[in-house]
Design a protein around this ligand. Structure first.
Ligand SMILES: [Zn+2]
Length: 231
C-alpha cells in the first residue's frame, strides 16, 4: 500500500486495490489463527498516514547556495557545515558543530528566509528545544515541516533545482498535527468490545497495551496501556 500511495497518491483506485489485497491476506491469517486458537486477539497497526503532494523542495540545494555544503566541480560533496536529512514531509537539519552558536544563527537565518517564500511550502521551522519536546529528530538542531502539498526530495543530486513538480503523487513524514498523517490501530478479539472508536491514541501506548494482554510488562514504556472497551 505504501508503494501504491507513493506512486498514485492516497485516493485513487490503485491505492484502495492494494488495501483490499492486504485486507484479504489479513482475513486469511485471522481465520487460520482463530481456527487454531479461538481466543486469539488480532491487532493491526500502521506507522504513518499519507498525503497527496504536488511539488517537491530540494532543500539541500539551498544549503549549497548558502555555502553550508561545498561541492566540487562535478557536483560531489567536498565538505559540509549544515545539511538537511530529508524525511518526506519534513527534514532534520544536522550541524557538523551544533555547539557553534554562530553557525546555529546562520542556519536559523537561512531557514527563516526559506520559510518566508510561500513557493517552498514550509509550514514550520522549529529549534532543538521544541524538537526534544516533541520527541522528534534526536541530534538535529532544527526541524523543517512542509505543507501537506509539499514533499522533500525523493532522490535528487545536490545540484538539482530548489523547487519542482513532485516525482511522486503521495508521501508522509509531515507533522503529526495533520489528521491525514495519523496511522491505524485496530484491535479485535475475545473480551474486547467490537465497533468502538478508540479516538486518537498515542502510538507509544500500543506496545504496553499488547504487553498487558500477554501478561508481560514493559517497564521502560513511555505511555500507559490503553483502557480497551470490554464486553
Ligand atoms: Zn512510504
Amino acid at each position: 500500500m505504501d508503494e501504491a500511495k507513493h506512486k498514485y497518491g492516497p485516493g485513487p483506485p490503485q491505492a484502495r486495490a492494494a488495501l483490499e489485497i492486504i485486507d484479504h491476506y489479513i482475513g486469511q491469517l485471522v481465520a487460520v489463527a482463530r481456527a487454531a486458537q479461538p481466543y486469539t486477539i488480532v491487532a493491526v497497526v500502521s506507522d504513518h498516514g499519507f498525503t497527496a503532494v504536488s511539488h517537491e523542495v530540494n532543500l539541500p540545494r539551498a544549503f549549497v547556495d548558502a555555502g553550508l555544503i561545498t561541492l566540487d566541480g562535478g557536483g560531489k560533496l567536498v565538505s559540509w557545515e549544515a545539511a538537511p536529512w530529508p524525511a518526506g514531509g519534513s527534514a532534520a537539519i544536522i550541524l557538523a558543530h551544533p555547539e557553534d552558536q554562530a553557525l546555529v544563527a546562520r542556519v536559523a537565518q537561512l531557514l527563516a528566509r526559506l520559510k518566508a517564500d510561500p513557493a517552498l511550502g514550509i509550514e514550520e521551522v522549529i529549534g532543538a528545544d521544541e524538537l526534544a519536546r516533541r520527541g522528534a529528530f534526536p541530534g538535529a538542531s532544527f526541524g523543517v515541516f512542509y505543507r501537506l502539498d509539499t514533499t522533500g526530495p525523493a532522490a535528487r543530486p545536490l545540484t538539482q533545482v530548489l523547487v519542482g513538480p513532485a516525482q511522486q503523487k503521495g508521501t508522509h513524514g509531515h507533522s503529526p498535527t495533520h489528521p491525514q498523517l495519523h496511522s491505524t490501530f485496530i484491535i479485535a478479539g475475545p473480551g474486547i468490545a467490537a465497533d468502538r472508536d478508540l479516538g486518537v491514541i498515542d502510538i507509544r501506548a500500543i506496545a504496553p497495551t499488547i504487553a498487558r494482554i500477554l501478561g508481560a510488562s514493559l517497564p521502560q514504556a513511555e505511555a500507559a496501556p490503553l483502557n480497551l472497551p470490554s464486553r
